[in-house]
Design a protein around this ligand. Structure first.
Ligand code: ASP
Length: 582
């Protein structure tokens, strides 16, 4: 038996008991006649004591030869600790060691295995197994496991069936590049790894399974933006015989359950906002509604004067920054520089101070009088002591820019409290999105999303105006889930493919299996997928998904621990019928 107890469980009630513990050596303090060793395992730390009086000098000598991260087993007696440590649960006891066995030695670890380590990101990624020994990483993985278990509990209680779908498949249309796998047995042919199990879960509905879920790895070969992983996990779900309302209710239920179980937070019902409203009020389809600073559109109250920048702008829009009038001129200039950075891309920023005496002072006083500025304050909801920040230009761009500024200011003002949870549904997404570069429309969600009833005809005349039965679940400014009611008849699906620029042959080659299935009694259906990594990170009060993944890839999509991706040898290439013409 390696252990009778773990390193986190011994208390005063165990005094005088003989115990066996196993774990890693955290620290050794050698005071000559006595030595203490902190022994660590997944459950905590227990102090071991070796001394010449009560144990033996041999044992003490043995203890002196231990090193950090050695794996040891000890036998001993639980005794009262002389100097208690109120900071750890085992702080009132220690174990007087009577036998010590070294189970394995360890090299000196390249960074300290402490909550606050001296190791930088790269080294911790390379030795991720050591990083996992640290509390913050370990706790995150335990937290993730609990979330996944709660998801399974809740959905299975609601009658959902967990079904595994294949990983070696054919291209799925989630809008990213596929990772491909060459087939040895089928020369010149490739599998694609799923970007999501989308088509399979729809086929499961045709198969009559009616309520499906799966906690599943998905793969997308995207240029890596900050905090994206090429492989990530979804809670993927689909239901048959449902309308949008049924899906929203079912998965609002799941989210409420998770908030309650994991955070003790109870939320009555989630607000809903259309895509158009979210864009207008927050400049963003995943608004963080934990704080205000809503957009005020100022075209009407700015375009009667000679200020050409505003007159020629498609949109003039501002936010009021609470208490912002306290900013010095220099600080405001810095904000202006911030929005002018290429990452944000604004051309400039107009501001207006709301002075304590009720007067206003703007950066465009030449053009606007106090009466005008009072109207700006009214539209943006600015009060005495606030600062109004205004951007102008092309609607879509300006909204994105002001939204970035809103988030930045909220961060600086401490308004993004990670322990506060503000979920909402964003609904009525556009069906199609114009690709500015190619001038073509593509599916905003994916090609299987159904248009809102009665809007199919609009596809010809005004494709950008067609709204979809598509929805996102947003939590604290992050999209944590998204889905749609699907098209379930062949005709409509064909029309969609046509509008997305597929020839009938292409559509058949890529999705013929789904179109075939639709001919055999496909029920009305719809679903949603949650990004588990992000959901867990947000519930955990953090925004970096990497910290909640056991073995994540770095920003270049590499696993630096196992050193992947890596070349394969010529023999293997030949077997796969792959020739590299470099
Ligand atoms: N397959 C979709 C996605 O990965 C989710 C869904 O429509 O259910 O975003």
């Amino acid at each position: 038996m390696y252990r009778s107890h773990n390193c986190g469980e011994l208390r005063e009630s165990h005094f005088n008991q003989k115990v066996t513990l196993s774990g890693w050596v955290q620290t050794i303090r050698d005071k000559g006649f006595v030595a203490w060793v902190d022994l660590r395992d997944r459950y905590g730390i227990t102090q071991l004591v070796f001394d010449t009086d009560r144990s033996s000098s041999d044992l003490l000598e043995q203890a002196r030869h231990l090193g950090r991260e050695f794996v040891i087993q000890i036998e001993g007696e639980v005794i009262e600790r002389a100097s208690k440590n109120p900071n750890i649960p085992t702080g009132n006891i220690e174990v007087l060691v009577s036998k010590l066995t070294v189970l394995n030695e360890s090299l000196v670890p390249p960074f300290t295995i402490e909550d606050k380590t001296d190791g930088g990101d790269d080294i911790r990624m390379k030795y991720r197994y050591l990083d996992i020994r640290r509390n913050p990483v370990k706790e995150n993985l335990i937290f993730r496991s609990k979330v996944a278990i709660e998801v399974r509990k809740y959905l299975s209680d609601e009658g959902f069936i967990e079904v595994e779908t294949p990983v070696l498949i054919k291209s799925t249309p989630e809008g990213a590049r596929d990772f491909v796998v060459p087939s040895r047995m089928n020369e010149g042919q490739f599998y694609a790894l799923p970007q999501s199990p989308q088509t399979f879960k729809q086929l499961l509905m045709v198969g009559g399974l009616d309520k499906y879920f799966q906690i599943v790895k998905c793969f997308r070969d995207e240029d890596l933006r900050a905090d994206r992983q090429p492989e990530f996990t979804q809670i993927d779900c689909e239901m048959a015989f449902v309308e949008q309302e049924d899906i929203l209710n079912a998965f609002e239920g799941l989210t409420k359950h998770l908030l309650k179980e994991m955070k003790g937070v109870e939320i009555e019902s989630f607000p809903r906002m259309t895509f158009d409203e979210a864009m207008k009020r927050y400049g963003n389809d995943k608004p963080d509604i934990r704080f205000g600073m809503e957009f005020g559109e100022l075209n009407e109250v700015t375009q009667h004067k000679d200020f050409n920048v505003f007159n020629s702008a498609e949109l003039v829009v501002g936010i009021s920054v609470p208490g912002g009038n306290s900013y010095t001129r220099k600080e405001i200039d810095k904000l202006t520089d911030w929005v002018k950075r290429p990452q944000v891309g604004a051309l400039g920023m107009v501001y207006c101070r709301c002075n304590d005496d009720g007067s206003f002072k703007s950066s465009v006083d030449k053009f606007y009088d106090q009466e005008d500025l009072a109207k700006w304050a009214e539209v943006t909801g600015a009060k005495v002591g606030d600062l109004i920040c205004i951007l102008s230009g092309d609607t879509n761009k300006v909204r994105a820019q002001l939204s970035a500024l809103r988030m930045e200011l909220a961060e600086r003002l401490g308004l993004r409290n990670p322990e506060e949870f503000a979920p909402l549904w964003v609904i009525d997404f556009p069906l199609l999105e114009l690709d500015e570069e190619t001038g073509h429309y593509h599916a905003m969600h994916h090609p299987f999303t159904s248009p809102k009833p009665g809007q199919l005809q609009l596809l010809d005349s005004d494709p950008g105006a067609v709204r979809a039965n598509a929805y996102d679940l947003v939590l604290n400014g992050n999209e944590i889930g998204g889905g749609s009611i699907r098209i379930h008849d062949k005709e409509t699906q064909n029309t969609m493919f046509k509008h997305l620029g597929f020839t009938p042959e292409e559509a058949k080659a890529q999705f013929g299996f789904l179109m075939d299935a639709f001919q055999y009694g496909a029920p009305p259906h719809g679903g949603i997928a949650f990004g588990l990594d992000r959901l867990v990170a947000i519930l955990g009060g953090q925004e970096t998904i990497r910290d909640f993944i056991a073995f994540p890839k770095n920003n270049s999509g590499r696993d630096v621990m196992i050193d992947a991706p890596a070349p394969i040898d010529d023999e293997q290439l030949k077997e796969l019928n792959l020739k590299l013409d470099l």
